[in-house]
Design a protein around this ligand. Sequence first.
Ligand code: ARG
Length: 337
Amino acid sequence: MYLVRPADFADLPALERLAQQAGIGITNFPANRERLNDKIASSRRSFMTDVVQPGDESYLFVLVETKTEQIVGCCGIDAIVGADTPFYSYRIDEVVHASPQLQIHNRIPALFLCHDYSGTSRLIALVVDKAHQNLTAMSLLSKARLLFIARHPERFTKRLFVELRGENDKHGHSAFWDALGRHFFSMDFKKADYLSGVSNKHFIAELMPRYPIYVPTLPEAAQEVIGVVHEDSSQSADILLDEGFEFRGYVDIFDAGPTVEARTESLHTIAQQKMGKALILTETCKGAMHLISAGHLEDFRVTAAPAEPQTAGLGIEKTTQERLGISSGSRIQWVTL
Ligand SMILES: NC(=[NH2+])NCCC[C@H](N)C(=O)O
C-alpha cells in the first residue's frame, strides 16, 4: 500500500536515488544533493509558513510504500513560478504572410519566446521508481497534490500548469535541441537542462535566440517532436489530461515538450472532492477505490483505499485508518479514484 506525505530531510538519499533514475529532462528535479537538500528545506519552510496569497513557496511530497517504508516516488507544487527570474516558454502562433497580387496567403506557425506562465502555480517533478509505476501509485501521487490545493486554495493561483518532458532518445539527444538550442548555447541538451535546474536562469535570457523561429525552417525531425511527450511520461500525461489539463500551444524552449494548463477549480479531483467524517468499518470494504487525505499542512497525508461513502461520512477499513493515523470521526477529504 502507498501513502503520500510531505518530504523530510531523512528522505534525501532516497530522493537523490530517484533523481538519478529519472534521467535527463526532468529539469525541476536535478540529481544534485545540495539542490535537493535546498528543495526539502524550502518545502519544509513552505508548509510551516502562514500564507495569505501565493509567493515563492514550493511543496515537495514523497510516495511511501508502507510495507517496507521505502520512498518510491515524489512530486511537488510551486506556488508561483517566475517570481524572481522570468519563466520562459515558447508560444506557438501563426504569422500571416500574404501577397494579394500573387493571391498567395500563407499562415506560418512560429515559436515566440514568452513569459506567459510567470505568476502561475505549477505542478512539478513527478517521479516514480520503475517497479512502482502502476496506475494506483501514479494517480495517487499526481492527484494528492490536487487534494492539497483544494484544502489550501489561498496558497495557489486560479490557474495551474505542468510542463511535460519532451521527446529525447536514450542518450539524451533531443532533435529539437539539436536543431535550435545547440547553436545558441554551445553545449549539449543534458548540460543546458541541468544548468536551468540548478543555477539562476540569466544565461537563458542571454543566449536564447531573440527573434521568433519559423517552424517550417526547422529540420523535419525537430518539427516532429514539437508538443510531443517523452514516452516515459505518457502515463503521467494521461492522468493530467483526464483531470482536465489542456494543451494551449505552449512548449518548452529546450526540448519542445508540451505545457498543459487548467483552471484550478475545474480540475476533476478539485471539483469532486468532499470533506467529512471518517467512519471505521468492521468488515472488509467492498466500495470503490478512493483517494483519502487527512491532516493539515505538514501533517497532510493521502492514501488510496477502498471506501464507502455514507450520509454521515466515508466508511473506511481499520487498516486505512491506521495508515492515515486518524481516529474514528476525524475530518477527512476524499474523491473516487
Ligand atoms: N527543459 C528545460 N530545461 N528548459 C529550460 C527551462 C525552461 C523553463 N520553462 C524555465 O523558464 O524555467
